[in-house]
Design a protein around this ligand. Structure first.
Ligand code: CP3
Length: 319
């Protein structure tokens, strides 16, 4: 998950002096950072070191990741003319995606039999950053736009689906074994808005890898009410955040969808017996689903003790 690397001293040492997005676009550095937590924690899969806004940068959008803040745009995208200007940037061709493809190919070669998870941001989460101009709490401007000017909203989310779909596809073509779509902010939407104004673009994004032999994972936070809709846009596996127990998520999904989740990142800072009991509970509840990918219910807090993560992986392997 995002920030997994941040708790590692070897990550901080390698990243020192390099801006986040520059690190993502340096194939050698991105590959080495991807491998660090695999070496250290003995996890069963790697997640590619990149960011959901990388395809925006590659498309020519003025975006950077400010430390402690998140993605920040040079200017917000709010009008039909703003969206037309995004279209004028041209499609994300394989040539423009070369740093990503090269980073993935290097990583897959180095990983050997350990699979690599590729990922991309979902159109709503990307559109929320573009419309707001940066991180926001309730995504008010984005939610206003979807109702005030649905046509511009549709154009914007369809553009976002194109670039993020191209980013995801490039990773799979370069050797990633799974494709995860992160709709981190979908939880700010009710089901009706999600279905009418977001699901079509998410379907479009996941369709970008539908013809490839790869499972599609769809994750959001605060999305307990949206799990069925998030599966039905074309996901094979639904990622569940830490808020909903997996047996209840499985019930909501009709018992036919493999789940991913959902250890509460807050408990990484709790005494070991508390964390251990929680992990055992997560694994027991996950057994009710037709499949369970054990991971965290959101990103690793940057101040997490890396040894706790190593111990946690060993515990899960033991179970
Ligand atoms: O853990 C990993 O290294 C996997 C790679 C990964 C990153 N970002 C690297 C990263 C993944 C899967 C992401 C996804 C991502 N990025 C999401 C979706 C998942 C989620 O967490 O909800 C979102 C919303 C983003 C946007 C983003 N990028 C935010 C909000 C931040 C945090 C900003 C901050 O400093 O508080 C980032 C930065 C980021 N992306 C870091 C990493 C390792 C931290 C960079 C650093 O400070 O070293």
């Amino acid at each position: 998950m995002r920030q997994a690397g941040r708790s590692l001293p070897e990550y901080r040492a390698l990243r020192a002096g390099t801006a986040m997005l520059d690190a993502c676009l340096d194939p050698e550095m991105a590959s080495e950072i991807t491998l660090q937590p695999v070496r250290r924690h003995d996890v069963d899969a790697a997640i590619f070191f990149s960011d959901i806004v990388v395809p925006l940068r590659l498309a020519g959008v003025d975006v950077e990741i400010k430390p402690g803040v998140g993605p920040v745009m040079g200017a917000p995208v709010r009008t039909a003319a703003d969206v037309a200007a995004l279209r004028d940037l041209g499609p994300l061709t394989p040539e423009r995606l070369a740093p990503v493809s090269e980073g993935v190919a290097r990583t897959v070669a180095a990983l050997g039999s350990t699979p690599l998870i590729g990922f991309a941001g979902a159109p709503f989460t990307l559109a929320a950053y573009l419309v707001e101009g940066g991180p926001s709490r309730d995504h008010l401007a984005a939610r206003t736009l979807m109702h005030a000017d649905p046509e511009t909203w549709r154009d914007l989310t369809s553009w976002a689906a194109e670039v993020t779909g191209a980013f995801l596809r490039a990773q799979v073509l370069a050797g990633a074994s799974a494709a995860q779509l992160f709709d981190s902010w979908a939880g700010s939407l009710g089901l009706a808005d999600y279905t009418a104004h977001v699901a079509p673009a998410s379907t479009q994004a996941l369709a970008a890898v539908a013809d490839l032999d790869v499972r599609r994972v769809h994750f959001g936070t605060g999305t307990s009410e949206l799990l069925v809709a998030m599966r039905d846009v074309g996901a094979d596996v639904v990622g569940v955040d830490y808020r909903l127990p997996l047996d209840e998520a499985n019930r909501r999904l009709g018992g036919r969808t493999p789940l991913q989740g959902n250890i509460d990142p807050a408990l990484l800072g709790a005494p070991w017996p508390v964390l251990e009991a929680h992990v055992r509970d997560v694994v027991a509840r996950g057994e009710q689903a037709p499949g369970h990918v054990v991971n965290l219910g959101h990103g690793v807090p940057p101040d997490t003790d890396p040894d706790v993560l190593t111990r946690l992986v060993a515990l899960v392997h033991g179970l």
